[in-house]
Design a protein around this ligand. Structure first.
Ligand code: PEP
Ligand code: MN
Length: 338
């Protein structure tokens, strides 16, 4: 970190600042310039906040040289992290992970039918929300624990590992016991208490990007989970909120190379919430794989027109099967498999 002090900073203040950084275990290089004096800090400055240092009236500028995250940072962990979800390896040069299923679990018959169909089409994991974060309190809120139990039955029948969203820390034991991949939804990406709780969990976490979150805020959310002891985090881009109205959200595909450059964690894409329209899911999915994504999470419903949530962006199983075939060709073209 490089801290620029105003030229007329009193010596007592310079000494006080240097001493306080040294007390925090940092090495300090001080150099006096023509118009400014510069303090260079060497060591782990992740605990320091640029904004707090700027509160000092003698500080003209603060520049962080490294990133504020450590555990997620590829600089300190050059090899790709591969996250194991009940035996399915996600990340690195592993096969593209195909997660599919309805937005919400609507009942045992529906989820079992969906699970069988997505498996037949080529999916390797089953998604299904039991606790749903709906914009309206009058919309279907999910089946709760019944939905989790239905997912477990669908897993027993098909063998597909299950992915479901955890909205509240009081359900953590239920998820620890039953769910293979714990999803943290966009709306909870910065629910720091929840992040700390899943950080203590011995289950992998699918961390969705907040709808208005910068990439750095998102990586810091992963850092929360990792700093609490859980290294198994998968990023999931699901579109961000922009001025554009022709899609539900705006898919930011650039996150794939950016996250891969800066972090060592797997990245998957959710084209369903990103576009909001089943017609756009296939082309966007193919682009995601070409860009280097490690997986796709796609909403598939046996009867989208009757879905209790997100039917408009849900593929019919036959369409999903076509998508999987094309996705496999793109994966092979970029040196992966599916
Ligand atoms: C979901 O996956 O069903 C969901 C609610 O996603 P998001 O948190 O990305 O909106
Ligand atoms: Mn949904």
């Amino acid at each position: 970190m490089i801290i620029t002090l105003k030229k007329r900073t009193p010596q007592s203040e310079v000494d006080r600042l240097i001493e306080s950084f040294e007390r925090q275990g940092l090495r300090v290089h001080f150099s006096e310039g023509e118009n400014f004096n510069v303090i260079g800090l060497v060591g782990d400055a992740t605990r320091l906040s640029e904004r707090d240092i700027l509160a000092n009236e003698w500080v003209a500028n603060v520049q962080r040289v490294g990133a504020p995250y450590k555990l997620a940072n590829r600089m300190f962990h050059p090899e790709d992290t591969i996250v194991d979800v009940a035996g399915i390896r996600i990340g690195g040069h592993e096969k593209i992970a195909m997660i599919a299923g309805p937005c919400a679990v609507e009942g045992l018959d529906e989820i079992v039918e969906a699970a069988k169909e997505v498996k037949e089409a080529g999916a390797g994991l089953l998604r299904g929300g039991a606790y749903k974060p709906r914009t309206s309190p009058y919309s279907f809120q999910g089946l709760g624990y019944e939905g989790i139990k239905d997912m477990v039955k669908a897993r027993e029948i098909t063998g597909l590992p299950i992915v479901s969203e955890l909205m509240s820390a009081d359900k953590i034991d239920e998820f620890a016991e039953n769910v293979d991949l714990v999803q943290i939804g966009a709306r909870n990406m910065q629910n720091f208490d929840l992040l700390k709780e899943v950080g203590r969990l011995n289950k992998p976490v699918l961390l969705k990007r907040g709808m208005s979150a910068t990439i750095e805020e998102w990586i810091m959310a992963a850092e929360y989970i990792m700093a609490s002891g859980n290294p198994n985090v998968i990023f999931c881009e699901r579109g961000i909120r922009t001025f554009e109205k022709y899609t539900r959200n705006t898919l930011d595909l650039s996150v794939v190379p950016i996250l891969k450059e800066r972090t060592h964690l797997p990245v998957i894409i959710d084209p369903s919430h990103a576009t909001g329209d089943w017609k756009y899911i296939e082309p966007v999915s193919l682009a995601a794989i070409a860009a280097g994504a490690d997986g796709l999470i796609i909403e598939v419903h046996p009867h989208p027109e009757c879905a209790l949530s997100d039917g408009a962006q849900s593929l019919k199983p036959a369409k999903y099967a076509e998508l999987v075939k094309k996705a496999r060709m793109v994966a092979r073209a970029v040196g992966r498999d599916l």
